[in-house]
Design a protein around this ligand. Structure first.
Ligand SMILES: Cc1ncc(COP(=O)(O)O)c(C=O)c1O
Length: 424
């Protein structure tokens, strides 16, 4: 750990220079501008430490990846034990770890969804799901949601719903329509006999924590079934307890045809993604050729060890219930901030430990992220709705730490509005 002031500045500048020369100059500039220009060093539980030893409460949670916190000992132990045995597979033989990871997933996945394909990221999971829907239906079009976020590879980008990330990369996959999230009539209008799949997040994350009205998902389920279209639910962010259910679809009592997962699936230790479906869909994808969709690194034994330990730990530590309970407390706290500052905080919404606070302007939200950072509390930017900041802490967070996060948000609202009043 580097404690000397000069050396902290030197290391920060050296790393910023490497970012400017070798990584991405814009990111170095944004981080410097927002005051996060000291590199992070290590992390444990709900905390991230930078190279100066400064300790941050992590309410970004790796955009959902750190549901178990950083380096959960049970996941670390499982991955280390696997590393001592075998790191990557030959692909020549069967893999015990892959078989057991897919079994562990089948045990928690909804309904008859028993088959999983493991990959390395959320966007790869979505690519696989889009291919599975296409081959199973023999159709080529998709329906997505406005401001939906599914990743940035070509297929995922096509079904995502914010133009700014897409316009320079066209032509993309054929997407018939992006419908307003929560509008079942719009879905009914968009779905035709050409629709391979409707793809939706269950709670929209990057769109600013949008929650659909209660009847929406059951209606979408009906529309898809009636039209022979697949329903792909993207649970990359919401899966494994984030919203207070193992999968967010359980809030609505519906079963998707295909589920995508990533983030928390790897227990915050390994990067893992997956898509999953039932035997019929699997037969369409792999029945004629088991190698029709494949990956070198996906489902590697280190990833599988992390998946098995993550699912076991989530269940053993009651983290799904904890997310529901602490999420209600977090929402109460944020609502009291809204009640205190009704002209500034436009809305507060959430499910489990996925909460969003909407301000009337994106600059206010950006200043809030910096303001909370000055209080050593990290909150997240929303890629497809920058007016909203997100609070997405590890599910292992203590109540007192949640109180601290809410206090930091409340104080930052006061300070930011004072600062802006001073400028104005
Ligand atoms: C709902 C959803 N789907 C897909 C993705 C893409 O995941 P990745 O960044 O691992 O490719 C994300 C990432 O934030 C996401 O939130």
């Amino acid at each position: 750990m580097i404690r000397d002031e000069d050396s902290i500045e030197r290391v920060s500048e050296e790393i910023a220079e490497k970012y400017r020369n070798y990584v991405n100059p814009g990111i170095a500039n944004i981080l410097k501008f927002s005051g996060f220009d000291v590199p992070e060093d290590w992390a444990e539980g709900c905390y991230i430490y930078d190279v100066s030893g400064r300790k941050f409460l992590d309410c970004v949670g790796g955009y959902g990846a750190f549901s178990l916190g950083h380096r959960h000992p049970k996941v670390v132990e499982a991955v280390k034990a696997q590393l001592d045995k075998e790191a990557l597979k030959s692909h020549f033989f069967m893999s015990i770890e892959l078989a057991e990871a897919c079994e562990a997933m089948a045990n928690v996945l909804p309904g008859d969804i028993n088959y999983s394909f493991l990959c390395n990221s959320g966007t790869e999971a979505v690519e696989g799901a889009l291919k599975a829907a296409r081959i199973h239906t023999g159709r080529t079009e998709y329906v997505g949601a406005i401001n939906g976020f599914h990743g940035k590879s070509y297929g995922s980008l096509s079904v995502s719903g914010r133009e700014v990330y897409k316009e320079k990369f066209k032509p993309l996959l054929p997407v018939a329509k992006h419908v307003p999230f929560g509008d079942a009539d719009a879905v009914a209008e968009a779905v035709t006999d050409q629709t391979a799949a409707v793809i939706l997040e269950v709670v929209q994350g990057e769109a600013g924590v949008n929650i659909a009205p209660d009847g929406f998902f059951p209606k979408v389920r009906e529309i898809c079934t009636a039209n022979g279209a697949m329903l792909i639910l993207d649970e990359v962010r919401t899966g494994f307890g984030r919203t207070g259910k193992m999968f967010a679809s359980e809030h609505y009592g519906i079963k998707p045809d295909i589920v995508t997962m990533a983030k928390a699936l790897g227990g915050g230790v390994m990067p893992v993604g997956a898509f999953a479906a039932n035997a019929e869909i699997w037969d369409s994808l792999f029945g004629s050729n088991p190698y029709l969709h494949s990956t070198t690194f996906g489902g590697n034994p280190l990833a599988c060890a992390a998946v098995i330990a993550a699912i076991k730990t989530t269940i053993e530590e009651g983290l799904v219930e904890r997310s529901a309970r602490l999420g209600a407390k977090l929402l109460d706290g944020l609502k009291s901030v809204q009640a205190q500052y009704p002209n500034i905080v436009k809305d507060v919404r959430g499910k489990g430990l996925l909460a969003g606070i909407e301000f009337d302007h994106e600059d206010f939200a950006a200043l809030m992220i910096a303001g909370c950072g000055r209080k050593d509390v990290l909150v997240a930017y929303s890629l497809n709705n920058p007016k909203v900041i997100r609070v997405e802490p590890p599910l292992i967070i203590e109540e007192s730490e949640l109180d601290r996060a809410v206090a930091a948000i409340s104080e930052s609202v006061a300070e930011t509005s004072e600062m802006l009043a001073g400028i104005g």
